[in-house]
Design a protein around this ligand. Structure first.
Ligand SMILES: [Zn+2]
Length: 215
């Protein structure tokens, strides 16, 4: 009886073919990657399978440092994302940080609902806090519009969370590190730039602190 090919066999086969093909078209790539990495971009995105950053940005291995979790959240108590942030900013010296949310985000939609989901509810508390902060803006919108808007507000708040980080602030001041908020449309494959307002009250700036000259 012929052995049936499993999904894992298929993955390994596809990986092998990809590695061969890539080595043929770009012979310098793997030897260079074996030595080290120097990505210019740090990507904070959602774990959603529809938003694989390397694919949607049309990048090669080595071009983007990545942290993904459910609903692209950066809580100030999360050691995992904070470690990624510190390593990317201090050691890799990335030039851009992109926080990218996406429409039709299951995590964001769950935060809009009341259903009990278990452990993940503790994680989604962060998005529920964003929802509470923007309650007025979300009021009266259809469910679909609420979902879209909360995705965007969540990106804005996570960008602010990044900007509040001491390593990030220092890198903005010293070498012009830039932080960006994007949203990805799973229905068409396009990324859009979100306007992320600064928060002077919280001392949160996208660029070099304008007050720094005066201090
Ligand atoms: Zn998501």
């Amino acid at each position: 009886m012929a052995c049936e090919k499993t999904i894992l066999d298929d993955l390994l086969c596809r990986n092998h073919e990809w590695a061969q093909r890539t080595a043929e078209t770009n012979p310098a790539l793997f030897p260079a990657l074996a030595v080290g990495q120097s990505p210019k971009i740090l990507w904070f995105g959602c774990s959603d399978s529809r938003v694989p950053e390397t694919t949607v940005l049309d990048l090669m291995p080595g071009e983007v440092f990545v942290h993904r979790n459910i609903a692209n959240i950066l809580p100030s108590t999360d050691l995992s994302s904070l470690s990624v942030l510190q390593y990317a900013v201090e050691v890799l010296q990335v030039q851009h940080i992109i926080v990218c949310g996406h429409y039709a985000c299951g995590g964001v939609n769950a935060a809009l609902g009341q259903k009990k989901l278990g452990l993940i509810d503790s994680w989604l508390r962060n998005v529920r806090e964003v929802r509470a902060k923007y309650e007025k803006e979300l009021e009266g919108l259809s469910q679909k519009e609420q979902s879209k808007k909360l995705v965007e507000f969540n990106v804005i708040e996570q960008v602010r969370s990044v900007l509040k980080n001491a390593n990030v602030q220092e890198a903005i001041e010293e070498r012009g590190l830039e932080v960006h908020g994007w949203v990805y449309d799973v229905g068409c494959g396009e990324c859009h730039v979100l306007q992320c307002p600064e928060d002077p009250e919280a001392h949160v700036f996208m660029v070099k602190n304008p007050r720094a000259e005066l201090e």
